[in-house]
Design a protein around this ligand. Structure first.
Ligand SMILES: [Zn+2]
Length: 394
């Protein structure tokens, strides 16, 4: 950082308003804490524009074809300045962390969205060889920002390698205080320490056909559950791990619950009867732990099926018109048929708090695997009985 001089810089705000018109304005970034500059836009300010899209391009986020350097998205996409025209847009799946950045001949930066961080996107655009990289707010976020927007631009010298961007992000995470390195967490949690040394062995025990021949299943027409690994068979696997000298492992049971893999969420119990019953499951868990391994359940508090004895349209996630939102996969089907998005607030209140203790009581030990939640930004839920923002959902 020694030779990087930061002058008062700004950013271009490119608003696309509701009638399709465009409006550009320039705002100043506020310097803070050494090599960091900050862009802040209040929620009211965003709302007042009635915009359908906002692209934010700082002064230092321009480059021309042929320059040395790179740009990247947190999903692992990496590009160089070698095109004349085109756009890269990092949508939902490609923004698994709220950050992006680049390096060019003038400098490098990592942008970290620290407020309104769910659903802000990255757009890399090149037009006639002129590149820009923008933080993009799409329609829903422009129309209903759930909090103020804050982006920190961590500036570095030109030529900073992309791996250093990960180090900057790590430092940011540690300094904000709520993320602790494993070494510190071990002190309070010996199971976690063991889990880190134990490769996960995912054992898919039972399932119904996917795609499901019946989208909305009922107990009367539920497709047959196929059994692959019973609770007794689990003990054979444990014996074989011991015989082969495997020191550490964490067995993750998938489809141990009623109906097999994704069989009837959010209903979990009883364990799938064809696998041997609850007593055999307890016995297999004890046996695994006595042999020195960890064993955990696969679960899901993200989507639910009509066949569940817990089914109630009340707890699904709704849009502003009261329609149930599809899951992120759209109109797919899994073992239980068509999955419906659960409101995270209801999932927590009604099912996590009820069923995680019940699972724990079976004796599981390790790092439980609860599907989907850590890779999907929660949608806003508009059901007036349990409204929640993406930040609430997290
Ligand atoms: Zn809700």
């Amino acid at each position: 950082m020694s030779n990087l001089l930061i002058l008062l810089t700004g950013a271009l705000l490119n608003w696309t308003v509701a009638d399709g018109g465009k409006m550009a304005e320039r705002v100043e970034l506020s310097p803070c804490d050494g090599a960091i500059e900050k862009l802040s836009l209040s929620r009211d300010r965003i709302l007042s524009m009635n915009a359908v899209r906002l692209d934010i391009i700082p002064d230092f986020a321009w480059a021309v074809k042929g320059e040395e350097g790179y740009w990247f998205s947190p999903y692992g996409v990496y590009g160089e300045y070698d095109r004349d025209n085109g756009t890269f847009f990092a949508g939902s799946e490609r923004m698994c962390m709220p950050m992006f950045g680049w390096s060019n001949r003038k400098g490098a930066f990592l942008a970290i969205v620290t407020s309104l961080k769910y659903f802000v996107r990255e757009t890399v655009n090149v037009e006639n060889g002129k590149y820009s990289i923008a933080a993009t707010l799409e329609k829903a976020l422009c129309q209903e920002p759930y909090e103020d927007l804050v982006i920190e631009y961590h500036r570095r010298d030109s030529g900073t390698p992309y791996a250093s961007m990960a180090a900057i992000y790590r430092r940011y995470q540690l300094e904000r205080g709520s993320v602790k390195p494993m070494k510190e967490r071990f002190a309070e949690n010996k199971v976690l320490e063991k889990a880190l040394m134990a490769p996960e062995i995912r054992i898919r025990q039972a399932w119904k056909p996917v795609p499901s021949p019946i989208m909305h299943q009922a107990p009367e027409n539920e497709p047959e559950v196929k059994v692959a690994v019973t609770f007794d068979r689990l003990k054979d696997i444990v014996n074989e791990l011991s015989a082969q000298g495997v020191k550490d492992a964490e067995l993750c049971l998938v489809g141990w619950n009623i109906g097999g893999h994704d069989g009837r969420w959010p209903q979990v119990f009883p364990s799938e009867p064809k696998l041997g019953g609850d007593e055999k499951l307890r016995d297999a868990i004890r046996y695994t732990i006595d042999a020195g391994y960890l064993i955990v359940p696969h679960g899901n508090f993200h989507e639910g099926y009509t066949i569940s004895e817990d089914w109630d349209g009340e707890w699904t996630m709704k849009d502003e018109n009261g329609f149930i939102l599809p899951t992120r996969h759209g109109k797919v089907s899994w073992g239980g048929g068509r999955p419906y998005h659960m409101c995270p607030q209801r999932a927590y209140e009604k099912f996590c708090t009820r069923d995680i203790p019940r699972m724990a009581a079976f004796g599981f030990k390790g790092v439980g695997y609860f599907d989907v939640v850590t890779i999907c930004e929660p949608q806003p839920c508009k059901d007036p009985r349990h409204p929640c923002t993406p930040a609430d959902g997290v």
